[in-house]
Design a protein around this ligand. Structure first.
Ligand code: NDP
Ligand code: HSE
Length: 437
């Protein structure tokens, strides 16, 4: 059989990993796919930089349309990132009858509905395993492995850069900026690293996971999103004193039959829980499903070879199904296109959680009483409270407390009242406590 020709849009961290894995494991891949797979073309912006890689038998171009319009190419692998020109190029490749593999979660989360509809019409596949949790085959696990189940919730560490930063800050006392720089050098971070540290990247991934888990359309704009940039070294220390570890989680959960929660934010996790012990660039997702119960997935969440593993697996899937009936392939979002449910996404004020609160306050008697009175007025019970000694006479003190479960809207009111106290000299840092996984 003729080899299948693949064109890459992008030859950076993931693009180079993809070429390497396809070439290094060519023999095994051919045995799995039933045909050999050749990467023949790659589009880049900076030609001298790509030429310096000295990759053999690879035509380089600075014009991506050379690839999406090339009739000899059957599969276009989009690894350039960003929304444009990626969206336009992917739609043009689909229009030309090409199958798409992409690692671009931003593109799928924001334009997936449009891209899948175009692909459906043309009878081509759009595969995006690498878009969520790097090398972990979580899309396949949920979409195919768990397809017998009603999924109740999933919770996961789904940004490698953020987890790497939090782990290094905690274990080695390194500064946020220093670790971020290393994550960028290692190729983990997004082109715009604020996507990693402000939770946007995790929100893109959660959008995709929620659609596949619950059979709802992609709705990135409904995800409550908070990053790790506000986490201070002292929060990491106080959390540890209380028996918790701070992680950044994406959570998608059915709530009381009234809707679904979609949220990404830092959480305190009890130290003994599995997710609390997922460190560095590793990702992990726990899925609670009705028939199988809990299942846990773990692996490298970013990086060249690990992500390429997922990209190449998608290419193999595409090649295997080149001759199959397009109408009977696994649907892009797990559920049949006409069967997506119109379940409301709940506002963040309606979630229930326990909370870690930290504030700076004047170092005088009565402050703690003021704070606990406000919480009492709002009907919020306190699990633990710590007041640190002032470092010097008249210096402010840190007050840290853990609340019991309460509705977020009620906690918001309490925080507003605490911040209005003249004795409280800082904003209140709030981190939700998560005991699901
Ligand atoms: P890089 O920045 O390392 O590489 C991007 C590549 O795309 C470069 O070769 C760049 O060329 C090329 N490119 C960008 N814009 C254009 C354009 N307009 N025309 C032609 N070429 C272009 O990114 P990554 O490899 O890290 O990421 C690629 C995608 O994979 C992103 O969507 C990212 O979110 C996703 N991803 C990344 C992971 C990781 O660990 N890095 C893990 C999982 C997903 P040039 O260098 O010449 O500018
Ligand atoms: N920047 C992303 C991360 C890449 O750090 O998780 C993998 O999606």
């Amino acid at each position: 059989m003729e080899p299948v020709k693949v064109g890459l849009l992008g030859l950076g961290t993931v693009g180079q990993g993809t070429v390497n894995v396809l070439r290094q494991n060519a023999e095994e891949i051919t045995r799995r796919a039933g045909r050999s797979i050749l990467v023949t073309h790659a589009a880049i912006r900076n030609l001298p930089k790509a030429e310096a890689l000295d990759l053999k038998n690879l035509d380089l171009t600075i014009e991506p349309t050379d690839i999406v319009d090339d009739p000899s190419i059957s599969v276009v692998v989009e690894l350039m990132g960003g929304l444009e020109p990626a969206r336009t190029l992917v739609l043009r490749a689909i229009d030309n009858g090409k199958h798409i593999v992409t690692a671009n979660k931003a593109l799928i989360a924001l334009h997936g509905n449009e891209i899948f509809a175009a692909a459906q019409e043309k009878g081509v596949m759009v595969a995006f395993e690498a878009a969520v949790a790097g090398g972990i085959p979580i899309i396949k696990a949920i979409r195919e492995g768990l397809s017998a189940n009603r999924i109740e919730w999933l919770a996961g560490i789904i940004n490698g850069t953020g987890n790497f930063i939090l782990s290094e800050m905690r274990d080695k006392g390194r500064s946020f900026e220093d670790v971020l720089e290393e994550a960028q050098a290692l190729g983990y971070a997004e082109a715009d690293p604020t996507f990693d540290i402000e939770g946007v990247d995790a929100a893109h991934k959660l959008t995709i996971l929620a659609s596949i888990a619950f059979g709802v359309p992609l709705q990135f704009d409904k995800v409550f999103t908070e990053g790790i940039s506000a986490i201070a070294q002292e929060d990491v220390i106080y959390a540890s004193e209380l028996g918790y570890i701070i992680k950044h989680l994406g959570i998608a959960k059915r709530f009381d039959g009234s809707g679904i929660e979609l949220r990404v934010h830092p959480v305190l996790i009890p130290q003994k829980r599995l997710l609390a012990n997922v460190d560095g660039v590793m990702n992990s997702v726990m899925v609670q499903a009705d028939a199988v119960g809990p299942t846990l997935y773990y692996g490298a969440g970013a990086g060249s070879a690990a992500t390429a593993s997922a990209v190449v697996a998608d290419v193999i899937d595409v090649v295997r199904t080149l001759t199959s009936d397009p109408l009977n392939r696994v649907p892009h979002l797990a559920f049949q296109p006409g069967a997506l449910a119109d379940v409301p996404v709940l506002p963040i004020e309606d979630i229930w959680s326990e909370y870690y609160l930290r504030m700076e306050a004047e170092g005088r008697p009565g402050v703690m009483a003021d704070v606990t009175r406000i919480l009492g007025d709002q009907g919020i019970s306190i699990e633990a409270i710590i007041q640190k000694e002032p470092e010097s006479e008249g210096a402010s003190v840190s007050v840290i407390l853990l609340s019991r479960r309460v509705r977020e809207g009620v906690m918001n009111q309490a925080i507003e009242r605490i911040e209005a106290l003249s004795s409280v000299t800082s904003r209140v840092t709030r981190i939700r406590v998560e005991t699901l996984a």
